[in-house]
Every structure is written in C-alpha cells, then in structure tokens.
Design a protein around this ligand. Structure first.
Ligand SMILES: O=P(O)(O)OC[C@H]1O[C@](O)(COP(=O)(O)O)[C@@H](O)[C@@H]1O
Ligand SMILES: [Mg+2]
Ligand SMILES: [Mg+2]
Length: 324
C-alpha cells in the first residue's frame, strides 16, 4: 500500500504543501495516540475555561490546539494559523506560503463517551500583496489549495484533497504510518439517508420543517421513498459517512439564539468539508449560496450547511427556495 509522501508527489503537489500536510499528519498521530490512551493519559473531561465561541473547552480541545499550533508554527512554509479555539490568528514565518485554519477537535462532546471525533483543516495560499493579520484568511473557500480531516474512530483515518480527488489514508498502528486505502471517494448522486439534529425541529424555518416532514413521510409521502436518519454529533464523522456512502448532512438556520442563527464555522468546518464534498462529486450549500463562494467577513463566522448527495441537496434547496 502506498505511503503519504509518494502519493502526494505522484499527484504533483508542491513541495511546500507536501511539507505542511506531512506536519499535519505528525500532529494527527500524536492526537490519535493521546485519544486512544483516554483516561490512562488523563486527557478526558473539561477545563474550567471557555473558548472564544463561549463554549466549554475540553482538555483535549486545548491539548490538540496547542499541539497543532506548536508543531505547525515550526514549519517554514506556514505564514499563519487560525483556530476555532483561538481569538486571533497566530503568525508563523513572514515568507511562509500557506495559511492553515483548523478545528483541532471536532465533536468535542463525544470525547468523554469514547465516540468519534476528528481534526479538520483548511489550507489557503498566503497573500503576496502585503495583506496582513486576520485579513489574510478572509478568502473564499474556492481558494483552498488543500482541505481535509483526521477521523479518530476505530481506525485513525486521514482524508484530504489537494484538488485531485479525495484520498483516504489509514494509520497503520504497527508501523506508525498512514497508508493509502481509498484512492478516489465518490458520493452517490441519490440517497435515502439524512443527518440533522431533530431536537431543533421547532427552531427551524417552516421551509426546512416542510422538507424534513416529507422525508419522514417515507414512501407514502410526496418523496415516494423511505429515508433513514443518522446523527453522530460530530460533523467530521457525519460528513465521513456521507463521503463513503452518500447522504444529506445539514445544520441549518435556527432561531434558538437571535445573535447565533448558525452553529457551524465557515473557516474551520464549512469550507474544508465543502471542498472535500465537491471533489467527491457532491454539493455544499449554505442555503443561500455555494459555500466555497462565500466571502468571509471574519475568521469565526458561522454559516448554514447543507451538503452531500447532489440530487438530495437540490431537493432540499427547492424547499428552502419555496418551490415545493
Ligand atoms: O450539539 P449538536 O446540535 O448535536 O451539534 C453537533 C455539531 O456540533 C459540532 O460538534 C461542533 O464542533 P465542535 O465540537 O468543534 O465545537 C459539529 O461537529 C456537530 O455537527
Ligand atoms: Mg467543530
Ligand atoms: Mg472543535
């Protein structure tokens, strides 16, 4: 089975980008090891702190963030990093070519129940026009040169794209290396599976309720087929399922908190997953536009997400746009 670096060379990926992806896989192995040690390594449970998003930080959120930051910032190709767990960006090398945005640990609420979590990353080119600070990161997702995630599950997987399809590597625990196990993931156009947090039903806009009602109505309803539902409560794991066997994943607008109508973050969750999904032949939409076309206003911006099997994303959008 092919190793990571030869695969990247075969894909003619730039040496600097290979170096950054290599650094990310080193971090992934370290996080994976700590996670698998669990309580034995004393890494479960919460800290007493809140992150910039006002959410309680788990010990592993903090540890993963620190690890990624420390190791990435030693790489001379890294201009700066932005993290879900950091208020501002952190500068690296002034002549670094790449910006890395990451969600160090996605699905934090799963840590203490020994369920799936992941690390999501997005790699953007560093501007060469003198732009500095946070403004460097405010590029649409279509500028990403690579995006991916590490899924810490029964196996540890590194799934990424450099714009040439979606590759899956599995960590061989015996030799400590990621080996290529899937060359080109493809999302089926149609699906009978959806993922949404149903407990928010009463908070959605009526058009979203109508769409979900019709999925639930099954083969006797207007969609004339039965749908199954899955919710892992970690976007990284839910999107992985969609990449492997199709489906629709959504975290839509809701009215629980007037100043926080969306949950998922554009730079750390929306953009990288949108690039992967499009590379696998699916669609990723905010409900208003293609996610990769969104011009970010700030690094911690949140957006609506509807992604997955292309025909089902179209079906969902047709409800939201009022044509059903
Ligand atoms: O709590 P809910 O509504 O199930 O939300 C789960 C969602 O929250 C998230 O866990 C947010 O990510 P973080 O754990 O990085 O904050 C998503 O991965 C997931 O889709
Ligand atoms: Mg997350
Ligand atoms: Mg997180």
């Amino acid at each position: 089975m092919q190793r990571l670096i030869p695969t990247l060379r075969q894909d003619q990926v730039a040496e600097g980008l290979i170096s950054v992806i290599n650094t990310l896989q080193i971090c992934a192995k370290e996080i994976s090891f700590r996670l698998h040690q669990g309580e034995l390594a004393g890494v479960l449970g919460s800290t007493l702190d809140e992150n910039i998003q006002g959410e309680t930080q788990k010990k592993l959120d903090v540890l993963s963030n620190q690890l990624l930051k420390d190791i990435l910032l030693e790489n001379k190709f890294v201009r700066a990093v932005a993290s879900e767990e950091e208020e501002g960006i952190v500068d690296g090398f002034s002549d670094g070519k790449y910006l890395i945005a990451f969600d160090p640990l996605d699905g934090s609420s799963n840590i203490d129940i020994n369920s799936m979590v992941g690390t999501i990353f997005s790699i953007l080119p560093a501007p060469t026009d003198g732009t500095e600070d946070e403004a460097m990161f405010l590029q649409p997702g279509s500028n990403q040169v690579a995006a991916g995630y590490v899924l810490y599950g029964p196996s540890t997987l590194l799934v990424f794209t450099t714009g040439k399809g979606v590759r899956v590597f599995t960590l061989d625990q015996k030799v400590g290396e990621f080996l290529l196990t899937e060359h080109d993931l493809e999302i089926p156009k149609d699906t009978c599976e959806f993922a949404i947090n149903m407990s928010n039903y009463r908070h959605w806009q009526p058009e979203m309720r109508h769409y979900i009602d019709d999925l639930l109505a099954g083969e006797t309803g207007p969609r004339c087929k039965n749908f199954n539902m899955r919710w892992i409560a970690a976007m990284v794991a839910d999107v992985h399922r969609v990449l492997c066997r199709g489906g629709l994943f959504t975290y839509p607008w809701d009215c629980r908190e007037a100043n926080k109508p969306y949950k998922l973050r554009l730079m750390y969750e929306g953009n990288p997953m949108a690039m992967l999904v499009e590379q696998a032949g699916g669609q990723a939409h905010s409900g208003e536009q293609r996610i990769l076309d969104i011009q970010p206003q700030h690094i911690h911006q949140r957006i609506g997400v509807i992604l997955g099997s292309s025909n089902e994303v179209d079906a969902c959008l047709s409800y939201l746009q009022g044509s059903q």
